[in-house]
Design a protein around this ligand. Sequence first.
Ligand SMILES: NC(=O)c1ccc[n+]([C@@H]2O[C@H](COP(=O)([O-])OP(=O)(O)OC[C@H]3O[C@@H](n4cnc5c(N)ncnc54)[C@H](OP(=O)(O)O)[C@@H]3O)[C@@H](O)[C@H]2O)c1
Length: 330
Amino acid sequence: MLRWGILSTANIARAAVIPAIQASTNGEVVAVASRDRDRADAFARPLAIPRAYGSYAALLDDPQIDAIYIALPNSLHHAWTLNAVAAGKHVLCEKPLAMSAAQCLEMAAAAEAAGVTLMEAFMYRFHPQITTAQEIVSSGALGDVQHMHAAFTFRLTNPANIRLQAELGGGALMDVGCYCVNALRTFAGREPVEVQAHAVWHANGVDERMAGLLRFDGGLTGQFDCALTLARRETLLAAGTEATLELPRAYLPGAGDTIVQVRKSYSEVSEQVIAGVDEYRLMVEHFADCVRTGQPPRYDAREAACNMAVIEALYRSARAQGQPVAVPAC
Ligand SMILES: NC(=O)c1ccc[n+]([C@@H]2O[C@H](COP(=O)([O-])OP(=O)(O)OC[C@H]3O[C@@H](n4cnc5c(N)ncnc54)[C@H](OP(=O)(O)O)[C@@H]3O)[C@@H](O)[C@H]2O)c1
């Protein structure tokens, strides 16, 4: 069993990742750390976590912990991953892995030098609906796929939320648009060469909404929109010459069944039902397997650097009123 330490009392840790580790076949949660000791205690008790620490450093000093799950605000991912790696811990870090491609590459190099596993916690890609959709695209059933669209939006109402704080790495693209960029790159099977974006900015300086375009070699285009201001929508579409593939719940389908839809025409629609799974559990089990076997994770920190290179280019374009920006090779 991989012994996990949880770095912070984040909502996502409590709601999804800790239950996933506790349900997993190859991991257990042994400790949690908060900046505040009382908060750590209050968090640990109902979740039956044996040890609670009042500082992140104390968690990293615990020799009975193998791996750290980092659920901090985005701007702290880089520093605390480096600290955890320096302490000899394997790290599963929340998305986006860091604030820039350069930071991701530094984290990748540090993990490689220390001989520890580092992975970005993009759980959506462990769901079998994604594998099924990728198989359909690569089978040629859609014909020539020329265009894709990804969307991830929801409505944030709490002004104190970390997603609205520029200094914590907030913003719609950093929070949910990063899924769209990841999905478009994954389904394209290559990196975009150029991007354009238009953002609507919140008074705090973060993008509260963004619409963007990724241009790939060979004429393939990928469009996305992401928002902290709109009703929940999380779709992925691949448009081919013969048919269109759609995932109506591409990123957070929940534990229930989900569908992969292929539409040849309005009357010819096939729907494949994918049985419900816990994508977080599949992610943490894969991570623990990688630690045990020494195999590299299916998606490594260098892949995360490629995602960040696109995100950085999109921000540059959005700040330049939608000017096309070349994506540097990653
Ligand atoms: N994969 C997913 O499905 C998913 C879903 C949601 C979020 N996320 C990612 O998970 C991370 C956390 O998101 P969340 O919504 O769960 O965050 P959250 O509930 O706001 O928790 C963030 C935690 O970070 C700690 N922290 C340290 N410095 C802080 C600061 N200056 N301001 C605020 N908190 C600080 C706090 O813990 P202590 O006070 O205990 O130290 C806090 O509980 C983000 O990177 C986000 O992108 C992923």
